[in-house]
Design a protein around this ligand. Structure first.
Ligand code: IMP
Length: 198
């Protein structure tokens, strides 16, 4: 196959490495359409409220930005950072706050915006933290839901797409900080014995 202007082979994506295979799972067009639908649903549920969006860094940034513009009415944003340790089935699934919110959520209509719901341990931790801060409403929107991977008993109120148990990148999601800027959500497979993107 010939190389394109940017030095990429046909079908390759920026940041692509030789032993990695990317396959589009959800196209940019499908994402945009679905984000619009979710936004309308959220606005119908809270027609008059200022919706306070809380983005979980960094994977949620594109989803939050697109959702915010589709929501209409008044919105405000805040961000928080978390890191998770040992998310495997045999781990403690400890979650740690690396950046707290800048403003109070007390009395607000809060929408937590997450890129992907996997084991659910991160969301469980966040919901407990936020409930203690007494918002008026607390809802969760996730772009992707890996239902089969769930360990914690949590669910999102608004879900973009349910996906199989595959490692995905793009539209904010990364593999070792790469691929976040892809417009599509792609499945990432890594060749070689024992190599798995997790
Ligand atoms: P949970 O606590 O297991 O639900 O993990 C949620 C976090 O794990 C997400 O916010 C992502 O940062 C990360 N994650 C889970 N699955 C994937 C994936 O397929 N690709 C990229 N990141 C993922």
């Amino acid at each position: 196959m010939g190389k394109t202007k940017k030095g990429l082979r046909a079908g390759e994506k920026p940041g692509h490495q030789a032993d990695e295979t990317l396959r589009v799972l959800i196209s940019k067009a499908r994402i945009q359409k679905r984000v619009g639908e979710i936004a309308r649903q959220i606005r119908r549920d809270f027609p008059k409220d200022i919706i306070h969006l809380i983005g979980v860094l960094k994977g949620s940034i594109f989803f939050l930005a697109d959702l915010a513009r589709e929501l209409g009415g008044e919105v405000s944003f805040d961000f928080l950072g978390v890191s998770s340790y040992g998310k495997g089935l045999d781990s403690t699934g400890e979650v740690k706050l690396t950046k707290d919110l800048d403003v109070t959520i007390e009395g607000k209509t809060v929408l937590v915006v997450e890129d992907i719901l996997d084991t659910g341990l991160t969301l469980k931790y966040l919901l407990k933290l936020f409930e203690e801060r007494k918002p008026k409403h607390l809802r969760v929107a996730v772009l992707l839901d890996k239902v089969d991977r769930r360990i914690a008993d949590v669910q999102a109120d608004y879900v973009g797409f349910e996906i199989p148990n595959e490692f995905v990148v793009g539209y904010g999601l990364d593999y070792a900080e790469r691929y976040r800027n892809l417009g599509d959500v792609c499945q990432l497979r890594i060749a070689g014995p024992g190599k798995k993107a997790e």
